[in-house]
Design a binder for this molecule. Structure first.
Ligand code: ZN
Length: 546
């Protein structure tokens, strides 16, 4: 009985957090309860039966921790993928902050498991009649659950049972996650014949260098360049040739989707086709550029890693070092690259660690400006301290980006940079008390990201029309996932049949219609269908109407 109760706890929690019809809420309790009763009575060995429910207990525990973390939604496909693409260090940092949630699930699920082991050792069995009664009850309850499910499916609110009933919906999501992991594994084959047919329209003798910097968890509202009252961009605010795009809305709230889209011609409308594409590194290589991929994030068998492997020169920071290397190291690598006199045309992608939680660990202590920043416990009471730490990461990113631009500027060649964060972050910003990113449903704070471009004086005089266009396009809505790729190609004078001028911020025809979002099921949908709430739309409409 205790096992049945603890197994059904997540269903009750989901009935409270999800806005489904009451028919679905009833079905979501009765049908799984009937199923669990059948599982728990399939053998007379009562301990063994409870141990057989272990996979369901794992789903239930995982679900409760996520409900605690995000306040809503079932375990998404992306959550499973995040587990395989997030490194151990990040997981440890996060787990420390979920202590009470984890303690609760341990207290819920450990006692029945211990009891089951003891019963198994004692070879305790139910009598035949006891077991038959439980099984019969289970079948009856399940039948009622099935009727409720059918009624819910045919009701006005609609919905499908495999998306509404926990844990069936989570099992389906796990299946989809396995499917996508296989897809990623076969990427080298599915993409092997891909070509951008890219060529440079500039003379071979012209020295040029272009950099795409991929930021991490940098939300625009903490950028001074976006109107934030704190001095988080003391250096970039003074840079000439720089354009900040205040209306950058990310198409994903996860790193593993957002970064590959920025690095390739895949976007929200075509996300699944990413398995056939190569990245901008290949496009630039085809056009005669020497390519480099610098990363301060560990390789994790994602598309980002595959794309990075296309470069001629691949460098990862030394992750065995403690603390985690700081982003400034990559500025030194860039300095070495610029000093390279053999390769006169270069294209470099830099993947930073940016503002990923734990914030305090993303910048050297000497760069701590807002204090105190030493409290890291994730709760709303600590928000001022967390914001100090977060703002320090942005100020440090400002320093790093300014360093990169300084190196490019000093090269005295046609040079350009595009930068965007992959997604934003919740930091206990409103009454929902949300924290972090990559939740099953996004928020405004996870999608409004920092994004900018810079062009050297040499590039500006070579293409004055770029300057005119970027000034006009600056205040238009943009998605880094489409704009970064096409803008970088055009800045570098690279032509390809896959280049879309209407997605390039240095083209006069630039136009990004309605912002899109890639759902957990990889569909590109308008923001109205992304799971954003009224609180988010208020913020977004204020931003987009400016
Ligand atoms: Zn990220």
């Amino acid at each position: 009985m205790w096992t049945l109760v603890v197994l059904i706890v997540p269903n009750v929690v989901l009935d409270i957090t999800e806005s489904t019809s009451w028919l679905w809420k009833i079905a979501n309790i009765i049908a799984p309860a009937g199923f669990y009763l059948c599982v728990l009575s399939w053998t007379r060995k009562t301990g063994v039966a409870v141990l057989c429910a272990l996979p369901w207990m794992i789903f239930a525990a995982f679900q409760l921790v996520l409900s605690y973390l995000f306040g809503e939604a079932i375990i998404a496909v992306d959550m499973f993928l995040n587990v395989v693409t997030t490194n151990v260090e990040e997981v440890n940092e996060l787990l420390g902050n979920l202590f009470y949630a984890i303690l609760t699930v341990v207290l819920l699920y450990l006692p029945p498991l211990i009891w089951a082991i003891v019963m198994t050792c004692k070879k305790k069995r139910l009598s035949g009649s006891q077991r038959n009664k439980v099984m019969r009850d289970g079948v009856y309850v399940m039948l009622v659950g099935i009727i409720a499910t059918i009624a819910a499916e045919f009701s006005r609110s609609g919905g499908r049972f495999y998306r509404e009933l926990f844990p069936l919906n989570v099992v389906c999501n796990l299946g989809e996650a396995i499917n996508r992991t296989n897809q990623t594994r076969h990427y080298p084959e599915t993409s092997k014949d891909f070509t951008y047919k890219a060529v440079s329209e500039r003379p071979d003798s012209l020295p040029e260098i272009y950099v795409m910097v991929i930021g991490e968890t940098a939300r625009a509202i903490n950028w001074q360049l976006a109107g934030y009252e704190r001095p988080t961009n003391p250096r970039l605010s003074r840079r000439s040739g720089l354009t900040f795009f205040p209306k950058a809305i990310s198409q994903s709230n996860t790193t593993h989707k957002s970064v590959p889209m920025m690095m390739s011609c895949a976007s929200a409308e075509t996300f699944d086709s990413i398995q056939y594409y190569k990245s901008i590194l290949t496009a630039m290589k085809e056009a005669g550029f020497y390519t480099r991929f610098f990363s301060n994030q560990a390789p994790n068998h994602s598309y980002t890693e595959f794309f990075g492997n296309e470069a001629d020169d691949i460098r990862y920071a030394d992750f065995s070092r403690k603390p985690h290397p700081f982003d400034h190291e990559m500025v030194d690598w860039l300095r070495q690259a610029v000093a390279d006199t053999i390769h006169r045309k270069q294209f470099i992608v830099m993947h930073t660690y940016g503002s990923h939680f734990l914030y305090r660990d993303r910048y050297p202590q000497s760069e701590s400006y807002f204090s105190p920043d030493n409290m890291v416990d994730a709760n709303s009471g600590n928000r001022p301290c967390l914001i100090n730490g977060y703002d320090n990461t942005i100020r440090y990113t400002d320093h790093v980006l300014d360093g990169i631009i300084g190196v490019l500027d000093g090269a005295d060649v046609a040079a350009g940079l595009v930068y965007s964060s992959d997604h934003g972050e919740d930091i206990f910003d409103d009454r929902r008390n949300r924290f972090l990113h990559a939740s099953p449903n996004p928020t405004y704070y996870q999608l409004h990201v920092a994004s900018l471009a810079w062009m050297s004086d040499e590039l500006q005089s070579l293409h004055p029309e770029f300057v005119t266009a970027i000034k006009t396009n600056r205040t238009k809505p943009m998605a880094p996932q489409t704009a970064l790729f096409h803008t970088a190609l055009q800045m570098a004078g690279v032509k390809s049949p896959l280049f879309r001028p209407e997605s390039s911020l240095v083209d006069e025809s630039y136009n990004y219609g309605k912002p899109l979002y890639v759902t957990d099921l990889n569909q590109g949908v308008p923001l109205e269908k992304s799971g954003l709430k009224d609180l988010d739309f208020e913020k977004l409409s204020t931003l987009l109407s400016k």
